[in-house]
Ligand binder design. Sequence first.
Ligand code: SF4
Length: 574
Amino acid sequence: MIKLSKKYAESETGAVRKGWKGRTRIALVYPNQYRVGMSNLGFQTVYLLLNNIEHIVCERTFLPDNGKNEGSRIVTIETQRPVTDFDIIAFSVSFESDFLNILSFLNMAGLPILAKDRRPGHPLIVAGGVACFLNPEPAALFIDCFLLGEAEVLLPTFCESFDRLILRSNEGKKNFLLDIAKNLPGVYVPEFYRPLYNNDETLKLFEPLCEAPVKVQRVYLHDLSNVSTCSAVLTPHTSFKKTFLIETGRGCTHGCRFCSAGYIYRPPRYRTVSELKKCIQKGLALTDRIGFVGAAVSDLPEIGALCSEFKNDNIRISFSSLRADAVTEEFLSILRQSRVKTATIAPDAGSQRMRDVINKGITEEDILKTAERLVTKGIPNLKLYFMTGLPYETFEDIEEIVKLCKKIKDVFLKSSRIRRRIGRITLSINPFVPKPFTPFQWAAMDEERIIKQKINIIKEGLKKTANLRINVESPRRAYIQAMISRGDRRMAEILLRVVENRGNWPKTLKESRFNPDFFVSRERYINELFPWDFIDHGIKKSFLRHEYYQAGKEKVSPPCKVGSCSLCGVCPAK
Ligand code: SF4
């Protein structure tokens, strides 16, 4: 691993190297490979925030590229020091499936996986990131404390309270954890909570112990205007080769009922054009590639004007997401200037009925017009995102996906012919996975055999359509993601067993004393207590429940109007 870390270190621009003397040492871990971790702007942001604190030295580390460490120690990129030399090992977790990688990482680092088995002198194990503030419970028994919310607010106070001496005794560590659990908003220490279950295995009570708060408040940055979130380290070894990533805003106004980012980053906040210009200038000093990142980049006020300002043949600008109802002429010109080869549209559902059920807020006309304009403007290829297995979905709705794709293909073909260049359409089909803190948190996930039937209808229906390729996310992987996503603390037993079984999920689920379908394909009782309910995102559960009912009635809801609304409970009533 040392050789690999050195190779990565040598090809980087922007890594921070700080002396260790008198500083708290934090090993920041992305529980996956280097390539995946370094493509994650959240991870890079935490790295920069920690190293901006004078008394902190933060170094990065990842899982070995081949998933095995062959007996060598897990070391950091900056100094190749073993992670066991650090005071804190901090995991940045974006995807719930990476919870399993935390166990593999601790195992490879030679540290006890269970928090209760760690002894004085072992590093403090901390975790944060979106997967944690959605539902940390599947990983609760492995982590000493979670930081729930946005790093800009959480990290300075946490680092201020931490003293390396606490690690010398169990008592010192326990007192520190209790102190921050009681006094620092956003800090969740699992050992100070006890879940109790009903006979039917649902959660009866989630009991705080030792004066720990009943609810843990998600903390967030109220004003983004003077804080930039952009790439810290550039490297050729990521999905965004040498691209300087810039976050344009947080949250989204649209409230699609399946999308957790649309709820747990409320209220929607945007950066000012002047702040973004500064970031772009900073990026252009390092590279000619700028990538705008956000849940709804196209919603940023004045984004078109901002892009036009950098209209120059030498700059390539890309966008993480474009809504089919928000593609302006300025966008199209920038995409063309940036020689973008493939544009992505996410209809998510084939019928207008289902787009209303999920509250998508776009029409078939929006989708067809955008496809035509993109190709007419010279972007040869299209990528289309659809989901199957959504709540209230019928087989007719699946047929509608086939029909819509054929209509898009016709528009695509007509516009391509004018350009005398036929590109390709790629369909990405993803099984719907119900997520915490969304209106669909009550919904059952479709059975695997039904999902497969639906996928076959799409494949069958489009098999004669030329230049159209279909990529399907594995229903089995989606099932496991769903189990972890809405699992409770008992998930720990399953995750431990998977590590013992070297990642063999079928064997593990067969051996498990829990029926995984209980977590996946069971519709929740409308008043059920959820394992994640102890996290206070400011959103009223009654609001989410009401949105779930609206979905069943195929009713759409208005987008967020920050400043004049307090519907979901996040914004204060006027
Ligand atoms: S209170 Fe209204 S404006 Fe504020 S986040 Fe909720 S829905 Fe959006």
